[in-house]
Design a binder for this molecule. Structure first.
Ligand SMILES: Cc1cc2nc3c(=O)[nH]c(=O)nc-3n(C[C@H](O)[C@H](O)[C@H](O)COP(=O)(O)OP(=O)(O)OC[C@H]3O[C@@H](n4cnc5c(N)ncnc54)[C@H](O)[C@@H]3O)c2cc1C
Length: 506
């Protein structure tokens, strides 16, 4: 077996999984001076971390399940993350229509009081009552409700930005590379990896298992030890439809089965509606929305909004599985959304594995800090202090105003439309200048694949953001896939494969 060619003979940390939890831990550890290697079998964020409701939120409904620790931590994280990445995280007001047969108004008001006061809040405004007039997008029977603040996030980009920062701090990040097995030998982990170039081996002092829906399977099958916790895979699906209204606000709808469904403005033209909660037993990589879930989401939307949806209005769908720690709850919606970190080490001289069960996008940074706390005894003198609360993510540096940045981009790059400049700024933040280095006018951007995706940007995404396939660009680095011409996808893939062959040969 080939050894990985690196100046590093033994890494401090080996991380399996390039979802939010894996990259969050890799980033935190690399910034504290540890040597880190992360492998992801597919693309970054290709599973749960790009299939979320895209909220940085306290989780109002978790209050009902008495998850106070989680809600407090998540509420406080909203403003920390907002400051770190204002280009991909935006404040959002949520309107909760009140319908008499649901949770009583006093209970909601009490919940919102806690929501306003449990976590630190400076920028996000508090909750209030609302009364709907005739111009409301809601059904006339819905006359009152509540409004509160949370944030929306580009989930896949949050993952990519953490991976970029980890690399800038010295971590090795390898996508399209599967960890096929790992065993303990002489106090170290000996790890076998596989990608299109073949198999190779690396060694590490600690293994972090952030395989998300595959966490238990990895422990059982690839390491062949007993997993301390079970995992419950709970499917959640969303539909995307033409926008239901012109307000820049989200709606949180309470269904009569007790579930909550969001209708969130999405990419100017659309509304994203979700999520469902159902037990899932298949291969996590093959999860897909069912017709039953589509009908369920349309029904809830139609019960609330004046704009009535039909099945054919659904423009796109996506589904993911929440890898939740099994707390033996009967109700999928009631299983804890909190995370559990489990240190697996039977004897003091044995190489440890830290396994991540559960978690949320919102709490990824705190989860990474907790992981570092658990690993501190293994790196006593080497591990530096926590740093992620204050340092911006790539592109979040030096942003005073998103609008100003958009006009600067239009000034610098002659001929670029406001729409394209806005997409770039909301994706790259202040790193838009790295992407646009040497570009003076739109003609310098090269070939236009469609929808304003030029070969120059594609090259940037290959070089800086691990893009390898069209889906990486169209569905995760951007959401251009929603409008990208179908006949151009093969052309984009062809371009990418030629570029990557050339890159590998270099
Ligand atoms: C429908 C839905 C809605 C949600 N909404 C929200 C929300 O609005 N806000 C919020 O805060 N949270 C939300 N969440 C939760 C959040 O999305 C997840 O907790 C989070 O994305 C989990 O990240 P992860 O890194 O643990 O898993 P993943 O993102 O699945 O990453 C695990 C990675 O490990 C890789 N992997 C597995 N095995 C191997 C191997 N052997 N070798 C190499 N790589 C491997 C996989 O390919 C995968 O990419 C939602 C979840 C769902 C499903």
């Amino acid at each position: 077996m080939k050894q990985f060619q690196s100046s590093q003979s033994v890494f401090d940390l080996f991380v399996v999984g390039g979802g939010i939890n894996g990259v969050g831990i890799a980033n935190d550890a690399a910034g504290r001076g540890l040597s880190v290697f992360l492998c992801e079998k597919d693309d970054l964020a290709s599973h749960t971390s790009s299939a979320s409701s895209k909220l940085i939120h306290g989780g109002l409904r978790y209050l009902e399940h008495k998850e106070f620790r989680l809600v407090r931590e998540a509420l406080a994280e909203r403003e920390v993350l907002l400051a770190k990445a204002p280009h991909i995280i935006k404040p959002m007001r949520f309107i909760m229509p009140h319908r008499p047969h649901l949770r009583p108004a006093w209970l909601i008001r009490t919940g919102l009081f806690f929501y306003d006061h449990l976590g630190k809040r400076k920028k996000l405004s508090g909750s209030n009552n609302v009364f709907f007039k005739e111009d409301s997008p809601l059904q006339p029977a819905i006359t009152r409700g509540f409004e509160y603040s949370d944030c929306t996030v580009d989930d896949a980009r949050l993952v990519v930005l953490n991976a970029m920062q980890a690399r800038e701090k010295g971590a090795q990040i390898m996508t399209q590379t599967r960890c096929v097995s790992a065993k303990r030998e002489d106090g170290l982990w000996v790890i076998n990896l596989e990608n299109t170039h073949g198999q190779f081996q690396i060694k590490a002092k600690v293994l972090v298992n952030a395989a998300g829906p595959w966490v238990s399977q990895f422990i059982r099958e690839d390491v062949q030890i007993i997993s301390p916790y079970g995992i419950r895979l709970i499917q959640g699906s969303h539909i995307i439809v033409p926008k239901l209204h012109d307000l820049d606000k989200s709606f949180i709808m309470q269904n009569d089965d007790g579930r909550i469904v969001f209708a969130i403005p999405y990419l100017d033209k659309f509304t994203m509606i979700g999520t469902t909660d159902r037990e899932y037993e298949g291969d996590p990589a093959k999860v897909a929305i069912t017709e039953e879930e589509i009908a369920y989401l349309i029904k809830i939307s139609n019960e609330h909004f004046k704009a009535q949806l039909q099945r054919e209005d659904v423009v796109s769908t996506f589904a993911g599985v929440r890898p939740l720690c099994d707390d033996e709850s009967d109700n999928p919606a009631a299983i804890t959304r909190d995370y559990t970190l489990s240190l697996i080490q039977d004897q003091a001289d044995q190489a440890p594995m830290l396994a991540v069960f559960g978690g949320k996008l919102t709490t990824y940074r705190k989860l990474a800090e907790s992981a570092m706390k658990q690993l501190r005894p293994f790196f006593k003198d080497k591990m530096q202090a926590s740093w992620t609360a204050k340092e911006a993510l790539p592109g979040g540096e030096n942003i005073t105003s998103i609008e100003q940045l958009i006009s600067e981009v239009q000034e610098k790059c002659v001929g670029v439309s406001e729409c394209l400049a806005t997409r770039w700024v909301n994706a790259y933040g202040s790193r838009v200048w790295t992407m646009l280095a040497h570009i003076r006018k739109v003609e310098d951007l090269g070939y236009d694949f469609g929808e304003g995706l030029y070969s120059h940007e594609v090259d940037y995404l290959i070089e800086h953001e691990w893009a390898r396939h069209s889906a990486d660009i169209l569905w995760r680095r951007s959401k251009l896939g929603l409008s990208f011409p179908a006949d151009k996808v093969a052309e984009l893939d062809h371009y990418l494969s030629e570029k990557i062959v050339a890159l590998d040969a270099a």
